[in-house]
Design a protein around this ligand. Sequence first.
Ligand code: BG6
Length: 469
Amino acid sequence: MRFPKDFLLGAASASYQVEGGWNKDGKGLSNWDVFSKIPGKTFEGTNGDVAVDHYHRYKEDIGLMAEMGLESYRFSLSWPRIIPDGDGEINPKGIEFYNNIINECLKHGIVPFITLYHWDLPQTLEEDGGWINKRTVDAFVKYANTCYRAFGDRVKHWITFNEAVVFCDLGYLKGAHPPGIEGDVKKYFQATHNVFTAHARAVEDYKNLRQFGEIGITHVFSPAFSRDDSEDNKLAAYHANQYGMSWYYDPVLKGSYPEYVIKDLDKNGWTPDWTEEELKIIELAAPKNDFIGLNYYQPMRVVKNNEAVEKRDNSREKSTGEPGNSSFDGVFRTVKMEDKKYTKWGWEIAPDAFLEGLRILKSHYGDIKLYVTENGLGDADPIIEGEIVDVPRIKYIEEHLRAIKNAIKEGINIKGYYAWSVIDLLSWLNGFKKQYGFIYVDHKDNLKRKKKLSFYWYKKVIETRGEEI
Ligand code: BG6
């Protein structure tokens, strides 16, 4: 079987992780420009000031994507590059930069797939309360509208937010992302609600403009499975899925929040400050979503937690995705299992759990269109005689593409795959050591680009539309 003709084979990146040019041409400060410079927050103090200098080398990079045969490039826009102070004047140089990127993609026949928000918030908004403050919701809607109007003639695929669970959880519960707040459950739920409201309003607005493209949101897809058949652990997995999946997918796809979580929030005094009007906006926007983007890296293996919550470790090491910590409410714990495979950074490699998760997703939400907007292997790539021989990455992507093929055969409506990432880039908390790309960047030699073995492999996959997978 080949991937269907309308299935896009692509790859992805995000502004802060590739662009650099942090203070170039009128760009405003982002929360990450500030946060990454606080000692101890990132691996060896790495930051995105230069990143991989995509800001200056985008032509070369998109040229390489074209050579690989990439059908679509998912990238994010830096909000403070476009509206430096969050909701004030538009920076023409920011618009020009993204026009250049989009036009360069189109010149090569690469479909641009835009993420509006991949975590770099204008610092002015962060200082005014960030996602806790409803000013940020209004500001986001204005920013989104600016982007539709500037680029919507050529861009027909829009993602509002990337992984709300990650920037809200790490921002307000673990303190590992900006604004660096630890353990504030009330703020965490408020931030998520404000994000869903902003998303819903941005979807409405897009549809009202009648640009005839598609719009959706990208969520982490990390279904929880009980470690075993014990009733306690199965309940723990149910709880994990309610908080980690339903809380995020329901408002977008069903237009309402899951009862199970709402009841808990009520009981604990964590209910966000929400208005009837906002809840209505969320409800009305839900059927207008065209798709949902899934970022799949690993599932969760879950057991009931029996330790005191105070023991929760929120250090940077524990915030980088490796299982082994209790949930914020102390109900469950994620665990490593002896019979599973893990990456060097301790993330489980589980294409079978991906397929299983997709089946569950379909059973909950029906036939909604899906894009896999991220999936890939973070590794320290082997270099042999100057060649980057990233065989484990090839194997990883191949296994996950196979799972997708099987899902399509079962009638699951997946329309594209974006490997993370197109090029080696800055890992938010792990510096440049953890690589994901098809294109290598030599940090010891002037950020020179080099094609990895996976580059040639993915080129062939695209050429043959995955026939051999
Ligand atoms: C996703 C993000 O959560 O995971 C990406 O959308 C990120 O921006 C990717 O780079 C991999 O995470 P990490 O921590 O391995 O760099």
